[in-house]
Write a protein that binds this ligand. Structure first.
Ligand SMILES: Cc1ncc(COP(=O)(O)O)c(C=O)c1O
Length: 408
């Protein structure tokens, strides 16, 4: 039996209607931007394996860091114990995060990083004696993950509708004026994906908007949470998307490229002011949250090795080169719909009668790209290309050519 057949007998895939799904592509190994299939084909990873990979697959330095850490310490409980990879990663993050972020709380993935942020924000006000400040304000088209809190904060959509009875109410706004109206209520925090909303359709926001959100949060003395799960670690051309607007959020959520695509790890980092609100003789003010694999040493060690690559190999220069090539390459797609490019992400929103994630055009296009050796997963009628930063100019040119062929 083929791997795909064995898979079909026992597995249930994410975001997949198993009744109609095409046979999964069985990947045997990967290197750089290339995935190699069980049956000997080569496919370019045009979505960085769900936006996590940045330096390429099976990177020798990351592999070495992982193997070395496995020989020393694979895991240990993080309540009451600590270890070098966790401490070193936190120190290194605080050095590069927007100034003012001073404390690192680890969890397991992007959704948990957001859950932690939401829980911190609500408990922050409670600890300060303002328990009624508990409304969360988010943006239309937001996507923050698939756990219940993260879903509540996300746009009401096909992703969340079945779970509606479980979700809490949030205020959703689409511009600064609406945000200001919302902020007159008792708001615990404003949660945004700075500069780029990913799963909501690769929507690019101006830096002035992000700066405006910070200004209003200051004026109304509420917390700003930046969900940089997708945008963190160079994806928008800056190390963190908040840098485009020159702002520091009160809380930042990181995951995905944090470990360069190797292992799941989440970070929720806060300012000293947020952290201080949890220091008390009253034990009820403790932040009661944690996961079995909190601060997994293997994941932390790879994350540190990834930051070493940023330091040693001018990685952000690669992203700006990629951005220039994407801008030029997507120019000719303007005739098909709205084109949006930021950092290492390029998208075209195709004109559609039924825009949105369930637009049938997405799976059809994905099959056509795959046929040509390019792995893309359009978000409904939004086709995007988000390769690992290590992609070469000629590989990018080849991928752009395939996109042109399929869409043209
Ligand atoms: C902005 C944003 N936040 C949170 C998440 C959830 O991350 P995870 O899939 O690791 O739970 C995602 C995932 O796509 C994301 O794009």
């Amino acid at each position: 039996m083929s791997m795909a057949d064995r898979d079909r007998a026992v597995l249930w895939h994410p975001y997949t209607q198993m009744l109609h799904a095409p046979a999964p592509v069985a990947i045997a190994r990967a290197e750089g931007v290339w995935l190699y299939t069980e049956d000997g084909r080569r496919i370019l990873d045009g979505i960085s394996s769900w936006w996590v990979n940045i330096h390429g697959h099976a990177h020798p330095k990351l592999n070495a860091a992982l193997a070395a850490q496995a020989r020393e310490l694979e895991h240990v409980v993080f309540a009451g114990c600590t270890h070098r990879p966790a401490v070193e990663l936190a120190e290194r993050l605080i050095e590069i995060l927007p100034k003012g972020l001073a404390r690192v709380f680890y969890s397991d993935n992007g959704s948990t990083a957001v859950e932690v942020a939401l829980k911190l924000a609500v408990q922050y006000w409670r600890n300060l004696g303002q328990p009624n400040r508990r409304t969360i304000v988010t943006l239309h088209n937001a996507y923050h993950g698939d756990t219940v809190g993260a879903m509540s904060a996300s746009e009401d959509s096909v992703f969340t509708r079945a779970f509606e009875p479980l979700l809490f109410r949030v205020e959703r706004v689409g511009n600064l004026e609406a945000l200001e109206t919302s902020l007159r209520k008792s708001v615990a925090a404003v949660l945004i994906e700075p500069m780029l909303q990913g799963a909501g359709g690769m929507i690019v926001w101006p830096a002035e908007f992000v700066a405006g959100v910070r200004r209003l949060c200051d004026r109304y003395k509420t917390l700003l949470i930046a969900d940089e799960v997708l945008t963190g670690f160079g994806r928008t051309g800056k190390m963190f998307a908040c840098e485009h607007a020159g702002i520091t959020p009160d809380i930042i959520c990181l995951s995905k490229a944090l470990t360069a695509g190797y292992l799941p790890l989440g970070v929720t980092a806060t300012t000293g002011r947020v952290y201080d609100a949890f220091l008390s003789d009253d034990r009820a003010k403790t932040f009661f949250h944690g996961h079995s694999y909190t601060a997994n040493p293997l994941a932390c060690a790879v994350a540190v090795a990834s930051l070493d690559l940023f330091r040693d190999e001018a990685v952000l220069t690669k992203v700006s080169r990629l951005e220039r090539q994407l801008r030029a390459g997507f120019e000719s797609l303007r005739k098909l719909g709205d084109v949006r490019v930021i950092g290492g992400v390029a998208a075209v929103e195709l004109a559609s009668d039924k825009p949105g994630y369930l637009d049938q055009i997405g799976p059809r296009l994905a099959a056509a790209f795959l046929e040509r050796g390019l792995l893309l997963r359009p978000l409904g009628n939004v086709v995007y290309f988000m390769p690992p930063y290590c992609i070469t100019e000629s590989e990018t040119a080849w991928a752009l050519e395939q996109i042109g062929h399929v869409l043209g």
